[in-house]
Design a binder for this molecule. Structure first.
Ligand SMILES: [Zn+2]
Length: 379
């Protein structure tokens, strides 16, 4: 626990193989390198923290490696690889366009581009957040992009592809990075936990993965935060407390109450949630996700869409058996309507309570009229 290094840095992948959740893309990059079909410019697009810069660095290292492996990876042993790994290679230049976006910044980069590499074959220029470059900087850069020297490769990274000029887009090979799936994120967090001799409950890692919403860097930084908070014993309870996440027990309990048509108890449960400091909107979106998870748990073919830890899957399956499909469709629809109307509502608490009252009457024999909307008849 002493000398704890931030996980995102310590576990930054050093090979394409170890990049999490971008399998198809890393294989394509590896093949391009193996067959020597390199472009002069690449555009890496995708949400933050999914591995764009990491892949760009691995790419730069791999194309300069003196003895690449049979699998097309960098050897991590030759002088060039060592220089990369120790961050002293002259063949990689990174410019963060978020803070260096003037035409002068680009000019000084263009100056460097002309100088060929001392060792290795390629100089790689990574321009992060490239959409932040000023118009003048973009124009200055375009000239270099049109006629780059043989040894120069540009990797442009952006979270906002739609802001990139068509003249730039047309000169780049474009790679779209995905959000990293919950399952991949959990597996990687479990790996880090094992390496660090940290005890972590699967449900706790699920919460972290959900909170990170597809970004590995975020997942690891939340993980670090939880490690320091819990002293290395990561339980579900400690994580929801620390991250201010509503316990899924509320949703399981509420669903039981709704199925039993217990209106007063449902309203009291909602009151409890509010008293704990959670807001109604958050509660309702959580409830619709819960119904959605129950729905996909009902059918073996959709069970793969359930992104929760192994330990809690059985509880979803069990509760799903108690809910008929019609109930779940309608309850999801009611929650979704509540969510859509939430911002405009002048009495938000009443809106949520009304939704709960409607949900609690869905399984009554004459339930067809309960939701008051003819639109629901469609289900
Ligand atoms: Zn090497």
């Amino acid at each position: 626990m002493e000398n704890y290094i931030v996980s995102a840095r310590k576990y930054r992948p050093a090979t394409f193989e170890s990049v999490v959740g971008q399998h198809a893309l890393t294989i394509t990059l590896k093949n391009a390198i193996a067959t020597g079909k390199l472009a002069h410019a690449y555009l890496f697009c995708g949400p933050r923290g999914v591995g764009k810069t990491t892949c760009a660095r691995i790419f730069a290292k791999t194309i300069n490696c003196q003895t690449p492996t049979a699998e097309g990876e960098a050897c991590n042993q030759c002088e060039s690889c060592l220089a990369f790994n120790e961050q002293r290679s002259y063949n990689i230049h990174e410019l963060d366009a978020a803070s260096n976006n003037s035409v002068e910044d680009i000019r000084s980069l263009i100056e460097q581009v002309r100088i060929p590499p001392q060792i290795g074959k390629y100089k790689v220029y990574i321009i992060d957040e490239v959409h932040m470059l000023s118009q003048a900087a973009f124009n200055a850069f375009l000239k270099t992009l049109e006629e780059p020297p043989q040894h120069a490769i540009f990797i442009l990274a952006t979270t906002e592809k739609h802001k990139i000029l068509p003249t730039i887009l047309s000169r780049c090979q474009i790679y779209d990075f995905n959000r990293i799936g919950i399952k991949d994120t959990i597996e990687h967090l479990q790996y880090v936990a094992t390496q660090e001799h940290i005890n972590a409950e699967p449900e706790a890692l699920t919460v972290i993965a959900q909170k990170a919403d597809g970004g590995m860097r975020d997942a690891l930084s939340i993980f670090d935060q939880v490690v320091s908070f819990t002293g290395g014993n990561i339980t579900y309870k400690s994580v929801i407390e620390n991250l201010n996440v509503l316990d899924y027990e509320y949703y399981f309990k509420l669903t039981d109450l709704l199925l039993e048509n217990k209106v007063p108890e449902s309203m009291l449960l909602f009151n409890d949630v509010l008293k704990k400091g959670f807001d109604g909107s958050h509660f309702v979106t959580g409830l619709s996700s819960h119904f959605r998870d129950l729905l996909v748990s009902k059918d073996p073919s959709t069970l793969q869409l359930l992104e929760v830890g192994a330990g809690i899957r059985d509880r979803y399956k069990e509760q799903a058996q108690k809910c008929d499909q019609k109930f779940l469709y309608r309850a999801m629809k009611l929650c979704n309507d509540c969510d859509l109307n939430y911002r405009a509502s002048k009495n938000k608490r009443l809106l949520v309570e009304l939704t709960l009252i409607q949900c609690a009457q869905l399984t009554l024999p004459d339930a067809d009229d309960v939701s008051g909307g003819r639109s629901l008849r469609r289900y």
